[in-house]
Write a protein that binds this ligand. Sequence first.
Ligand code: ATP
Length: 238
Amino acid sequence: PVRETVLEIRGLTSHYGRIQALHGIDLDVKQGQLVALVGANGAGKTTLLRTISGVQPASGGVVRFKGEDITRLAPEKRVRAGICQVPEGRQVFGPMSIEDNLRLGAYFRRDREIEQDLERMYGIFPILKEKRALPAGTLSGGQQQMLAMARALMGRPKLLLLDEPSMGLAPLLVEEIFRVIRSLKAEGITIFLVEQNAHAALAIADIGYVIETGHTILSGPGPELLHDEQVKKAYLGM
Ligand code: ATP
């Protein structure tokens, strides 16, 4: 079966004043795929993600979501259309309970299945169930990352954008986060993952892209990129 293209980026450029951060990016994410973007510090990963969520303007090119041109669409309209970003550095509401944080993720929804989704999240993230009545601020960094992901999922996103979810986490928690990302993919959620942890990201990605100074220099099936000599040298320390 031909999969629907959820995100289609063509010739995308973006500037900070006179500094050009993106130089004509082409990228596709199809329905149900996990697509990973890897690259060094300052390569343009965050900028690209922000042009997709709409908080950073494009200076040229086009971003299409389910066939519709959203290049100039306001960020909140993209959220309503189903594009949901889990920001780097989590940003959960510390004084609010974990469960209330999750309910907040369903803020835009008007259907009656919110309670079911809450239980579904507790199934994927048992630690959140155990601690659901506690203030979110009492969670560890890794647990807050999970809460931020679960909160995003409560909005039933059609495209989930993950910005460096493993950043600053201890190795065991990194493993746990990638296990969760794999299970989200198994549930059929379409995911665009930005990571500095190239090995872990490419290992689970259907398609990987390597970005350098605002150019995508390589793309292909994630596990194939893992064996690419250039990738091994530059990003995997081999
Ligand atoms: P990191 O992993 O460090 O977040 P990145 O791959 O996400 O890096 P970006 O943050 O997208 O890279 O940065 C891409 C380029 O744009 C870099 O050269 C950076 O210096 C520049 N840049 C980013 N933000 C700004 C800004 N607010 N003003 C000016 N230049 C910026």
